[in-house]
Design a protein around this ligand. Structure first.
Ligand code: CA2
Length: 147
């Protein structure tokens, strides 16, 4: 059975508690439950992990090699400057789909650049929780060889 890891970075554990106008009102658990249902319907195994720590995220990406077929990654603020996470993705040889709840290109200039994007398969942003669901849909299509 194909396996997908959904990896979330710093502060995303706070979802649903503050700034709903930017990040929506769903909690991370709500989003994960939706992903779980969609994955189960597609016959895919899905795991979830969140950390506020850069090194832990690097460890998770490294450990994903040979274990997962796709990573759906919201690296939070690390998106904009973590060369360590980018290097881990390059080395892991697991395709990564980068996601963001907000449209990072419409926000402050420092959020416009993603150091992850050049090593990701693609980037989906600005759709709220749907960004994650669209990323999962894309991964399912690619895993089924239907694109
Ligand atoms: O839009 C996204 O998904 C972001 O990755 C979210 C990050 C931000 O630094 C990126 O530029 C874009 C921040 C996540 C913070 O999440 C919170 C949620 C609720 C309350 C406070 C923070």
């Amino acid at each position: 059975m194909p396996k997908i890891l959904v990896l979330n970075g710093p502060n995303l554990n706070m979802l649903g508690t503050r700034e709903p106008e930017i990040y929506g009102s769903l909690t991370l658990n709500d989003i994960n439950n939706r992903l779980q249902k969609k994955a189960a319907a597609a016959g895919i195994d899905i795991d979830f992990m969140q950390s506020n720590h850069e090194g832990v995220l690097v460890d998770e990406v490294q450990a994903a090699r040979g274990k997962y077929d796709y990573i759906i990654l919201n690296a939070g603020a690390f998106t904009h400057y973590s060369i360590a996470i980018r290097d881990a993705i390059s080395a892991a040889c697991v395709p990564v789909i980068e996601v963001h709840l907000s449209n990072i290109h419409q926000r402050e200039e420092f959020r416009h650049n993603s150091v992850i994007a050049p090593v990701a398969v693609g980037q989906i942003c600005g759709l709220g929780a749907e960004s994650y669901l669209a990323a999962l849909e894309a991964a399912i299509i690619k895993l089924n060889g239907h694109d």
